[in-house]
Design a protein around this ligand. Structure first.
Ligand SMILES: [Zn+2]
Length: 347
C-alpha cells in the first residue's frame, strides 16, 4: 500500500465530498492527532480517524480490557481480554489491520502533568477520550499553553456533550466551567450507566471536528456546546457568546495552568465504575516484570505478558505495569490498595 495512488484511492468517497477534496485529504495524511483515553470515546475516535486517513495517531491509555468494556469499546474483542492486552496495544493491532498506510503509536500510561508535554510533542490536535474532569482540565491547560486545538467530549447514561476549543479564538473549557465538578457531586458511569449509541454520536462529532481542523477548515467548526439526550430525544446547541470575551478566565486571560504545573490533580484514584484503585509512582522508575514474576512465584497466582504482570492474592488482583503503576481490583479503599502494593510489589 505504499503506492501514492493507492494511498488516495481508499479515501475516494471522502475526497468526493467537496469541502474536503484532494487537498483536504492530503492535509489529513500529513497531520498528527493525540487521542487521550482509548476506551469508549477513544476507540470510536481512533477507528474513525484511522479510516479517514489522519497520518499519525498517538493513542494513550492507562488500562487493560475487561469484559464489560465490549458493550461500547468498538476496537476490542474477547481474544484481547484472553491475551491480557492493554487497551492501546489491542487498539493499535486492529487499526493497523484497518489502515496500514498510517502510523499508529500506542502508549500505555496514565496521562498526568509529568508526561503530557511529551505526549503532545508534534501533534496538531488533542482529542478527549477520557472519563474524568481532572484529565480534561489538564488537557485544557496544555492545549492553551501550547496553542493546540482540542475537542472535549463526555457521555453518561444516554446523554453526551462536546465542545471544540481553538486556543486564543474560542472559549476554553475553563471559560465554560471554572472548576471541575467536585468528586461525588455528579453521577458517574458507575451510578448512571451508559449506552453505546450516545458514545458513537459524540465521538463521531469530535472526529469530524478534528477532520475540519486538520484539513484546514476551521471556519466550519461548531462554535457552541453541543448536548444530546438520545433517550429523551433532545438536542441542544448552547451558544457560547456570553463567554466570548474570555477576560475572566484564568487559562485564557491570566495564562495560569495549575493542572499542567502539577499544583492541581492527583492520579492516585478510585477508578470510575470499578471496584478498583490506581496507584502511580513518583518518577518514571522502571520495574522489571521478569524479576517481579520470579519474586512473586509462590505468593499468589501470577501471569504476565510483555505489557503487564497480574497477581491474584488476598482476594484482590494487582495489575502492574513496567512504569511501576498498578491497578488494584477488588477494593475501592486507597489505603488498602497501597498496603497490598507495598507488601507485594515494593515501594
Ligand atoms: Zn478560557
Amino acid at each position: 500500500m505504499s503506492d501514492a495512488k493507492d494511498q488516495l484511492d481508499r479515501y475516494v468517497r471522502q475526497i468526493r465530498f467537496a469541502p474536503l477534496g484532494e487537498a483536504g485529504q492530503r492535509r489529513l495524511l500529513a497531520s498528527r492527532a493525540l487521542i487521550c483515553g482509548c476506551g469508549a470515546l477513544g476507540t470510536v475516535l481512533a477507528n474513525t480517524l484511522a479510516r479517514a486517513g489522519v497520518g499519525k495517531l498517538r493513542l494513550v491509555d492507562r488500562d487493560f480490557i475487561e469484559l464489560n468494556n465490549l458493550q461500547r469499546q468498538v476496537l476490542f474483542d474477547e481474544q484481547d481480554i484472553a491475551n491480557n492486552l492493554p487497551k492501546t496495544v489491542a487498539a493499535a493491532n486492529k487499526l493497523r489491520a484497518i489502515n496500514s498506510a498510517i502510523e499508529i503509536e500506542p502508549i500505555v500510561a496514565d496521562v498526568d502533568h509529568r508526561n503530557i508535554l511529551a505526549l503532545c510533542d508534534g501533534v496538531d490536535i488533542i482529542l478527549d477520550g477520557t472519563d474524568n474532569f481532572e484529565t480534561r482540565f489538564l488537557l485544557n491547560d496544555v492545549a492553551m499553553k501550547l496553542g493546540i486545538p482540542w475537542v472535549y467530549g463526555g457521555c453518561l447514561g444516554a446523554e453526551g456533550q462536546t465542545m471544540t476549543i481553538l486556543p486564543g479564538e474560542t472559549p476554553c473549557l475553563r471559560c465554560l466551567m471554572p472548576e471541575p465538578p467536585p468528586a461525588g457531586a455528579t453521577p458517574t458511569c458507575d451510578t448512571a450507566g451508559i449506552v453505546g449509541p450516545v458514545i458513537n454520536v459524540i465521538a463521531s462529532i469530535e472526529s469530524l471536528e478534528a477532520i475540519k481542523i486538520l484539513s484546514g477548515h476551521r471556519e466550519a467548526i461548531q462554535r457552541a456546546l453541543f448536548t444530546i439526550d438520545l433517550w429523551d430525544n433532545r438536542v441542544r446547541q448552547v451558544k457560547l457568546d456570553a463567554l466570548s470575551d474570555r477576560s475572566a478566565c484564568p487559562a485564557c486571560s491570566q495564562r495560569e495552568f495549575p493542572w499542567l504545573d502539577g499544583q492541581r490533580g492527583s492520579h492516585t484514584a478510585v477508578l470510575c465504575g470499578r471496584n478498583a484503585v490506581q496507584l502511580t509512582q513518583p518518577d518514571g522508575q522502571r520495574l522489571s516484570l521478569d524479576a517481579l514474576a520470579t519474586k512473586l512465584a509462590g505468593v499468589g497466582q501470577v501471569s504476565r505478558n510483555a505489557f503487564l504482570l497480574r497477581l491474584s492474592v488476598d482476594d484482590c488482583v494487582l495489575t502492574v505495569f513496567p512504569d511501576g503503576r498498578a491497578i488494584v481490583a477488588g477494593t475501592d479503599d486507597i489505603a488498602a490498595a497501597r498496603t497490598l502494593y507495598a507488601k507485594y510489589i515494593g515501594n
